[in-house]
Ligand binder design. Sequence first.
Ligand SMILES: N[C@@H](CCC(=O)N[C@@H](CS)C(=O)NCC(=O)O)C(=O)O
Length: 151
Amino acid sequence: MHSVTLYHWEPNANSGKPMLALMEKGVAFNSHYLDLLKFDQHRPEYLAVNPQGTIPAMVHGDRVLTESTAIMEYVDEAFPGPKLMPGDPRDRWRGRLSLRRLERRAENQPLGLRKKPMAVKLYTAATPNGWKTIEQAKQTGPKMLARRAAA
Ligand SMILES: N[C@@H](CCC(=O)N[C@@H](CS)C(=O)NCC(=O)O)C(=O)O
């Protein structure tokens, strides 16, 4: 079977989605961590994988897949293991609706290969005082993630 490599950050909404799908299916994968706050996603090695400079991206054999929801659907169909989507069409609709809502919330955050990693924008929205600079985010971001992981 072809090997699977997942390029991801912390298991937040976008990176966590394909991670969960792979783990639920029992698919072994190589984990390639990119630190958004260090702009790893802008490095030429990664842009050669995904020129959009966003994560997650998954490489399966010679195929590069992007877009977290589409990756989940691919994982569900391409690998054996428990079905991730329910059999009943109404339940599938409900599942797709939840994912679409999640995507819309993420899409409302401006994307930013360009100047600021999206993580900074997201956490700016999520923290009471907001992060005004990338430096601030770098200082408090890892602590916030550690707190979240410990919770
Ligand atoms: N719609 C895409 C969004 C991917 C995305 O924007 N990911 C963020 C991290 S959660 C990112 O890579 N941001 C990098 C940046 O903005 O520089 C998906 O669902 O995969």
